[in-house]
Design a protein around this ligand. Structure first.
Ligand SMILES: [Zn+2]
Length: 265
């Protein structure tokens, strides 16, 4: 017989799923509205922030492999070229330059490799070091292992850090934040032989990155911290254009025109 505790747990889980679904729908509605009503911005180097490429449970963050390939075609058709994110971060890229980045280092990123390799497109993957270690909630093959990450670097990918546990820095003590920043960098270096100089903010919203975290990141040896938004990014961070599961070719073109630059998830 089901106890009330079990029923309460099922109810909470369903409520959380429903909330996620509604928030994803909200993101989709925002993007359609802005694609029609948003103001385009002058072209400038733009860094795209993807997550999974064929992990449906990543919800709003997931783009199918077919759609990803289609996005690349849209970019070329719009006269864009692809460069490493670090080049745009340094301000050394042409106005129509684009960069591809993937947060969370999920195994499904490998679904993007055929099209990236075919065009020789550089890309950056931001690793959660505990997940690559097989620890935590996604230690079930969903995250890239160290061996798979080595293959990513061999196929031309750059590795950045995305913390040890995908912690929310808005809720961490300075000591815990410093640990997430330093230890992920050391672990990546121990496994892949190179200490990353780039960091992507877990969750990536302005409220998830206090100024103290930015200071600690620079102190830990990172030169570049990437946000997950454009205008609303935290001070000192590099903007990125968040790409969502809603982004059809037409919506991606709107994103490349800067119509979502004022938006934050
Ligand atoms: Zn993330």
């Amino acid at each position: 017989m089901m106890t009330s505790r079990v029923l309460a747990r099922i109810f909470r889980r369903n409520a959380a799923r429903q909330r996620r679904r509604l928030s994803s729908l909200g993101v989709g509605a925002d993007r359609y509205r802005l694609a029609f009503l948003g103001q385009p911005r002058p072209a400038r180097g733009r860094i795209l922030c993807y997550h999974s490429i064929g992990t449906p449970e990543w919800g709003v963050n997931d783009v199918t492999p077919k759609r990803f390939a289609s996005h690349i075609e849209v970019a070329f058709a719009g006269g864009h070229s692809f460069v490493p994110a670090s080049l745009i971060a340094a301000g050394n890229a042409s106005p129509r330059a684009l960069a591809i980045t993937f947060d969370d280092a999920l195994a499904s990123v490998r679904n993007a490799l055929p099209v990236l390799s075919a065009y020789g497109i550089p890309f950056t993957v931001f690793v959660v070091s505990d997940w690559a270690d097989g620890k935590g909630r996604w230690a079930d093959g969903r995250a890239l292992s160290w061996l798979q990450l080595e293959e990513i670097t061999n196929s031309g990918g750059t590795i950045g850090s995305h913390s040890v546990t995908h912690a929310n820095f808005g809720r961490l003590s300075p000591a815990a934040a410093a640990d997430e920043l330093q230890r992920s960098r050391e672990t990546i270096s121990a496994h892949l032989g190179l200490a990353p100089s780039e960091f992507a903010i877990p969750f990536g919203r302005r409220r998830d990155w206090p100024e103290s975290a930015q200071r600690l990141a620079l102190g830990a040896g990172y030169t570049t911290v990437y946000a997950q938004s454009e205008d609303r990014r935290p001070p000192g961070t590099v903007p990125r254009t968040f790409v969502t599961r809603w982004d059809t070719d037409r919506l991606l073109a709107a994103a490349l025109d800067g119509k979502f630059d004022g938006w934050e998830e």
